[in-house]
Design a binder for this molecule. Structure first.
Ligand code: ADP
Ligand code: ZN
Length: 215
């Protein structure tokens, strides 16, 4: 199963990507997680990415595309993968098509999670993420385990710097300008399935399951 997940920041892409990765036993490739782990480890890539991420802007295409291209060529991606946060521009989507072509692979489905902006703004203020495995939580709707630790791996859970309010508004605007056009791109390809993600996580998970069940 080869899946691309589309959706605004805070739409619940990451949460659903973890589910899909478990159901199909395929690697979860999150460009956001790759950047964050590079930032944490102080690599050159991390330093570069942080400048953009903290402003709510996209990391330049030439940086991002190479990372994904290398990752998809690893052998664990042969039977499938779930891409979370890539592509985020039409140019990235065109490059992804080229990479897959070279591999003799095609996407099975592009899953678009739709959530109204107002709901996204409410969610992001309470969002917390695991510093180790990337699992995300919400202080009210989906709290971490006692002691503010991750239910999945036991590591500490924090607020991301780019989840501050001004940055969230910039990320939403970046999404509408640069990423939303991908909906049309994949509609033309007949690959797109849209699910509504504004309800609770379990309802969204059921919708995602149903959407993939037809595949
Ligand atoms: P979210 O979907 O909640 O915004 P991510 O963890 O997917 O969060 O991404 C965090 C940030 O990393 C983005 O705001 C952006 O700056 C950068 N980023 C992630 N994926 C890409 C990408 N494909 N192209 C450019 N920048 C990216
Ligand atoms: Zn964790």
């Amino acid at each position: 199963m080869k899946v691309v997940l589309l959706g605004a920041p805070g739409s619940g892409k990451g949460t659903q990507a973890v589910n899909i990765s478990e159901w199909y036993k395929i690697p979860h490739i999150s460009t956001g997680d790759i950047f964050r782990s590079n930032i944490k480890n102080g690599t050159e890539l991390g330093k570069k990415a942080k400048e953009y991420i903290d402003k709510g802007l996209l990391v330049p295409d030439e940086v991002t595309i190479d990372i994904v291209s290398d990752r998809l060529k690893q052998s664990d991606c042969e039977k499938g993968f779930i891409l979370d946060g890539f592509p985020r521009t039409v140019y990235q989507a065109e490059k992804l098509d080229e990479i897959l072509n070279e591999m003799g692979a095609t996407l099975d489905v592009v899953l678009n999670i739709e959530v109204p902006d107002s709901e996204i703004i409410t969610r992001m203020g309470g969002r917390r993420v695991c510093t180790k495995c990337g699992m995300s939580y919400h202080v009210v709707f989906n709290p971490p385990a006692e002691g503010n630790v991750c239910k999945n791996c036991g590591e500490v859970v924090i607020q991301r710097e780019d989840d501050r309010e001004e940055t969230v508004l910039q990320r939403l605007s970046t999404y509408h300008k640069q990423t939303e056009p991908l909906i049309e791109y994949y509609e033309k390809d007949n690959k797109l399935v849209t699910v509504e993600g504004q309800d609770n996580i379990d309802d969204t998970t059921s919708c995602v399951k149903k959407a993939l069940g037809g595949m």
